[in-house]
Design a protein around this ligand. Structure first.
Ligand SMILES: CCCCCCCCCCCCCC(=O)SCCNC(=O)CCNC(=O)[C@H](O)C(C)(C)COP(=O)(O)OP(=O)(O)OC[C@H]1O[C@@H](n2cnc3c(N)ncnc32)[C@H](O)[C@@H]1OP(=O)(O)O
Length: 166
């Protein structure tokens, strides 16, 4: 956001538990995404438990980075278009409608990965984000996320967070 906070820091508290990007999920990835000009960027170094073959990153982790950077980018872009004041109001919350991933090269462990997003479309409740994942100079994956503003029916019911997550 414009004040230097990550998009995910602006999620409403009751929907900030996502495994990939929820700041309140201590066991999760806690991905942080930011504007970089008109593009969006997130960086993450996979942990040993994200191994596929020794030395290489599990593809599901790469997909999770694309997923949650996509929904985060959608939240930022959609909120901007809707006129949300990022400094004082929570961002609009988006969920994944479609996640496409192409694995272009093996992803090495021990390297910080960079996820870049380009906002392709903001239309009504929908945002489309094109993404790449890079390890150093190598683009290891491409992805595309269609994110749709979270329906009210998905808002968690009252109750302890532990119960809601089950
Ligand atoms: C799982 C519980 C989570 C609880 C919430 C915690 C929040 C944390 C979030 C964590 C986030 C982390 C990530 C996660 O893990 S989020 C968790 C994984 N995602 C879900 O569980 C979402 C499940 N799906 C739905 O709830 C609905 O289908 C949604 C909300 C997605 C659409 O709803 P709805 O049916 O009302 O939409 P609409 O008909 O008005 O269409 C609107 C526009 O969207 C376009 N479109 C729709 N579907 C697709 C598709 N598959 N491909 C391409 N496009 C699609 C459609 O053409 C239209 O475009 P246009 O014709 O206007 O151009």
């Amino acid at each position: 956001m414009s004040d230097g906070r990550a998009f995910q820091d602006g999620y409403p508290e009751d929907v900030a538990h996502c495994y990939g990007c929820g700041r309140l999920n201590e066991a999760g990835i806690q991905l942080k995404s930011y504007w970089d000009g008109d593009e969006t960027v997130a960086r993450y170094t996979p942990r040993p438990e994200h191994t596929a073959i020794p030395g290489y990153v599990y593809g599901g982790l790469v997909a999770s980075l694309i997923d949650c950077h996509g929904t985060g980018s959608a939240a930022a872009a959609g909120s901007r278009v809707a006129g949300v004041d990022e400094a004082s109001e929570p961002l609009l919350r988006y969920v994944t409608a479609s996640l496409q991933v192409d694995y272009l090269a093996p992803t090495p462990m021990g390297v910080e990965l960079e996820v870049r997003g380009v906002i392709e479309q903001v239309k009504g409740r929908k945002v489309v984000v094109e993404e790449t994942v890079s390890a150093g100079d190598a683009v290891v994956a491409r992805g595309r996320v269609v994110a749709v503003q979270m329906p009210q029916t998905m808002t968690p019911a009252e109750g302890p967070v532990e119960t809601r997550l089950r």
